[in-house]
Write a protein that binds this ligand. Structure first.
Ligand SMILES: C[S@@+](CC[C@H](N)C(=O)[O-])C[C@H]1O[C@@H](n2cnc3c(N)ncnc32)[C@H](O)[C@@H]1O
Length: 468
């Protein structure tokens, strides 16, 4: 008889231990035994599962795993005592985790003691599994007393589970609904230092920030006394952005290591790994790391550093052309899932914001850079389009603290989003102003260019702080 799922189903529901004798006859055919175990599905009441215990001691790990999974489905105290012995001798990590899950599935108070013992396991996934199983008995204060101290566990996953369960403070409700923002921010470009401007922005008012910060002293528009001063400056800005970002929303930072040319032939040039240095600061201030996207440019579009090596070919003098930059993706840390964020929106908005076919499926985005006569580091529109479409909904407000030539603003508007930009340089601010199309009659929200003082006035006049 050919071994099929239907045949297993038939045997499983036949009386007189038909399945047991069938498996007994499979002697040595491990693949078939595994197939049976993997396709047993839900077990009928009064199922005779005695034969499965033996398989939990088989030499073949796949058979042991299948056996342990199926033992979990038998509602029998014997399963708990058997598996609690089994975990002590089992060495395979996957099977050990399955054992704990199968003990948990019993939901039987006699397993409490065993599960509490398992909390001391070295494998954090096993500990998390045991915590899940113990939380079934959350009404038992003694269990809670034993679980709470794990908030100081050495493993971060364990700490997070316990924190979320027992310590996460109920967040105070945001002053305005998640999908809305304040009118004094809508389509505004403010001329000033982003740090001064942000002091006038309410908590939780921004849906998405996409920005390319200054490249330390590699370009002409910003001079910092030291690299550390530069990193501190960025930390200050990103901390404020964290405050003004709505719960669970995204920050995408475009950076790359930079090179400061040597000052004379006696010195070497110096490379600064900006993305790697700002990453730790971001994590500490409560940004959760989500993804690293590589922006890949054509080699013809970047500065050639290869000429010397091309001639001499001597090891150690190798200098690759840098054709990538990072888009570092972070989310404002929260115990809420992304689904929560999505559920805050009307179905219509979610539908209209859906990303069309042809979207980028990998984390390498091949996009050629854009060159601009006025600004030396503008975003390509395609780069902005992708970020805005993948990380915001229509009607959201997108912020760029380092506005430059205003690419984020223009693209956000074209994609039916709102924008808020800051830029401290006079020339770039004026450039953005000139670029802006005179207000189209049908613009729902007028684009406005403001000095810091005007922005402050606007904010205080915006007495109706709720969105309008
Ligand atoms: C890398 S550029 C951004 C270019 C922009 N992404 C675009 O598409 O045009 C960084 C910009 O940040 C601005 N900037 C530097 N420090 C600033 C600060 N403290 N506040 C506001 N803007 C600042 C610079 O003048 C520069 O225009």
């Amino acid at each position: 008889m050919e071994l099929t799922k239907n045949y297993i189903e038939e045997l499983k529901n036949s009386p007189n231990g038909k399945l047991k004798s069938f498996v007994g006859q499979l002697n040595g055919d491990n693949a078939k035994v595994v197939f049976v175990l993997e396709n047993l599905g839900k077990l009928p009441r009064n199922f005779d599962g005695e034969w499965i215990y033996d398989l939990a001691n088989d030499d073949n790990a796949k058979i042991r795993l299948g056996a342990v999974k199926n033992l979990g489905k038998l509602k029998d105290e014997k399963v708990i005592t058997f598996l609690s012995r089994q975990i002590q001798s089992e060495e395979d990590t996957t099977i050990r985790r399955e054992i704990v899950s199968s003990i948990g599935r019993q939901r039987n108070p006699i397993s409490k003691k065993i599960l509490l013992e398992i909390l001391k396991d070295e494998d954090p996934k096993i500990v998390c599994q045991a915590i899940r199983a113990l939380l079934v008995f959350r009404k038992d204060e003694k269990i809670i007393e034993q679980l709470k101290p794990l908030v100081n566990h050495q493993n971060e996953m364990v700490r997070t589970v316990i924190y979320k369960e027992f310590f996460a403070e109920k967040k105070e409700k945001s002053a305005i609904p998640h999908t809305e923002t304040y009118s004094y921010l809508k389509n505004k470009v403010v001329h000033g230092d982003v740090r001064d401007v942000l002091k006038n922005v309410e908590d939780e008012s921004i849906h998405l920030t996409f920005t390319s910060p200054p490249y330390y002293n590699a370009r002409d528009y910003s001079i910092y006394p030291s690299y550390q001063a530069y990193l501190d400056f960025l930390a200050e800005v990103f901390k404020e952005i964290h405050r003004v970002t709505k719960e669970g929303r995204f920050l995408i930072v475009n950076t790359s290591p930079i090179i400061i040319p040597r000052i004379s032939r006696q010195h070497s040039s110096k490379r600064y790994p900006i993305p790697f240095d700002i990453h730790n600061d971001l994590m500490k201030m409560g940004w959760e790391f989500i993804d690293d996207i590589i922006w890949l440019k054509s080699e013809a579009s970047v500065k050639n550093r290869n000429a010397g090596f091309f001639q001499h070919r001597k090891p150690l003098g190798y200098k690759p052309n840098a054709i990538t930059e990072y888009l570092m993706v972070y989310r404002k840390e929260t115990t809420r899932l992304i689904d929560w964020n999505i559920r805050e929106y009307d179905k219509k908005i979610v539908e209209e914001s859906k990303v069309k076919d042809g979207y980028e499926t990998s984390n390498v985005w091949k996009i050629d850079p854009t060159f601009n006569k006025v600004h030396s580091a503008v975003f390509p529109i395609e780069l902005c389009k992708r970020v805005i479409q993948y990380y915001s909904f229509e009607g959201d407000i997108v912020f760029d603290p380092f506005g430059g030539s205003g690419t984020v603003g223009r693209t956000a508007k074209a994609l039916n989003r709102l924008f808020f930009l800051t830029e401290k340089d006079d020339n770039y601010f004026d450039y953005m102003k000139k670029q802006a199309k005179p207000n189209a009659m049908f613009d729902e929200v007028k684009t406005e260019f403001l000095e810091l003082s005007e922005f402050k006035t606007l904010k205080s006049n915006d007495t109706n702080t709720a969105s309008n």
